[in-house]
Design a protein around this ligand. Structure first.
Ligand SMILES: C=C(O[C@H]1C=CC=C(C(=O)O)[C@@H]1O)C(=O)O
Length: 401
């Protein structure tokens, strides 16, 4: 696969700790991202020393290492890349610093970290927040567009559409994004916990249950079909039962992925499931797909599948073009990177991109939560509204805790 990480100059810090580096990054207004992988304890951070994130075509084999964030819909199909000018994980005893910067820049960064005072509350980050956003979706509007889409599907205009909405939640005066990141990491060990700041896109945080694509250091490619939702209400995943509406909704996502494999004539994939998995207080149906890119001699499979998969019918619908148009015409707001994809690329010789779900965007005094629900011809608009409320609770429960 790709070249190994080649950042060599190391910064030696008086006190090397994750929170200090993250605080300096957050207050600086530079593009940065921090994350925790599912089922791992390590927390990682990348900071760019440029003022803006890069706009790139998501070609994983060609891009510099860093953190990628792709919007749900972008006509130029470009992603934002936060290059790993500074890279640190809680497993490291030093900070990796890119060779592209001169000695003075390194000294400036080192000084900012070494003089950081953890006893002072963080305030400057608020200056970098976006000033405005589309008004939150009213219940009336959401229920209305779900009803319209159900009619269109009963008329056989399309098979499935995922409709989404936003809602505001106030922040406590002393709200700290860093404490929130740690609370999410504790609460959801199996999720991809992330925080990323991109100028003009905003500060986003999330606890995603859905891998879009991953390629590990051994060249094993993975993706999943995740759909169907019910509140777990204490039920163990193995004892869950599903209605045919959810079974079909998830089967459409699996079929979509298999069609992507067919398009590139790849037959050597392993498929496991569907099985029930827990994500916070919710249960979903999930099918796992796996390909050995070395055995199939397909090193660029990650990039090829990324282009074919996004947006999957777990966030968009079927057929893709008609569902996309329905979303753009009816949701009346810009999803930005909600239901797009985010994650580290090139670091530790692997790629890990997750669908940006169960997420929110921070503003100076409130958060904007995002959630959607898969609609089919059998959907009940009122139930779909409740489902989006349940999904938003994933973040809401821990926001002001
Ligand atoms: C679109 C979202 O979830 C997707 C992933 C799992 C289950 C889903 C569902 O049951 O509708 C959605 O397809 C969201 O969380 O905003």
């Amino acid at each position: 696969m790709k070249k190994s990480y080649h950042h060599t100059d190391q910064i030696v810090l008086k006190t090397l700790d994750f929170d200090s580096l993250l605080s300096v990054a957050l207050e600086s207004g530079q593009p940065f991202a921090t994350w925790k992988m599912p089922n791992e304890n390590t927390k990682s951070i990348v900071v760019s020393l440029q003022k803006e994130a890069m706009r790139v075509t998501p070609d994983l084999e060609e891009l510099p290492n860093g953190f990628l964030a792709h919007p749900f819909h972008d006509t130029s199909k470009k992603a934002y890349l936060i290059p790993a000018d500074i890279y640190y994980t809680t497993e490291m005893d030093h900070i990796d610093f890119s060779n592209d910067y001169d000695y003075d820049t390194k000294v400036r960064v080192e000084k900012a970290i070494n003089t950081f005072d953890p006893s002072k509350p963080l305030r400057k980050w608020k200056r970098n927040m976006l000033k405005e956003h589309f008004p939150p979706t009213s219940k009336e509007h959401f229920v209305n567009i779900v009803g319209e889409s159900v009619k269109a599907m009963q008329n056989e205009e399309f098979l499935k559409v995922v409709l989404s909405r936003t809602k505001e939640a106030g922040l406590k005066d002393d709200f700290s994004p860093i404490d929130f990141f740690h609370r999410l990491s504790e609460a959801y060990p199996t999720a991809f916990i992330s925080m990323c700041y991109i100028p003009n896109v905003g500060l986003w945080m999330g606890a995603s249950p859905e891998t879009l694509i991953s390629v590990d250091e051994n060249g094993i490619f993975r993706t999943v079909a995740l759909a169907g939702t019910q509140a777990s209400n204490g039920i163990h995943p193995r004892d869950a039962s599903w209605k045919s509406k959810e079974i079909e909704e998830q089967a459409l996502v699996s079929r979509y992925i298999i069609n992507c494999f067919k398009k590139i004539r790849l037959r050597e994939f392993e498929e496991k499931g569907p099985r029930t998995v827990a994500a916070a207080h919710l249960l979903h149906l999930k099918t796992d797909f796996k390909v050995d890119t070395k055995a199939t001699n397909f090193p660029q499979l990650g990039t090829v599948m990324l282009d074919l998969l996004h947006p999957t019918s777990a966030v968009c619908g079927m057929p893709k073009d008609i569902a996309t148009q329905f979303i753009l015409d009816n949701e009346h707001y810009n999803r930005s990177i909600y239901s797009g994809y985010i994650g580290p690329i090139g670091l530790e010789n692997s790629q890990h991109l997750f669908v940006n779900l169960r997420c929110l965007q921070l503003f100076t005094d409130h958060a904007l939560l995002y959630a959607g629900a898969g609609i089919t011809s059998d959907s009940d608009p009122e139930k779909e509204w409740k489902e989006t409320e349940l999904k938003m609770d994933t973040m809401l429960k821990h926001l002001n805790a």
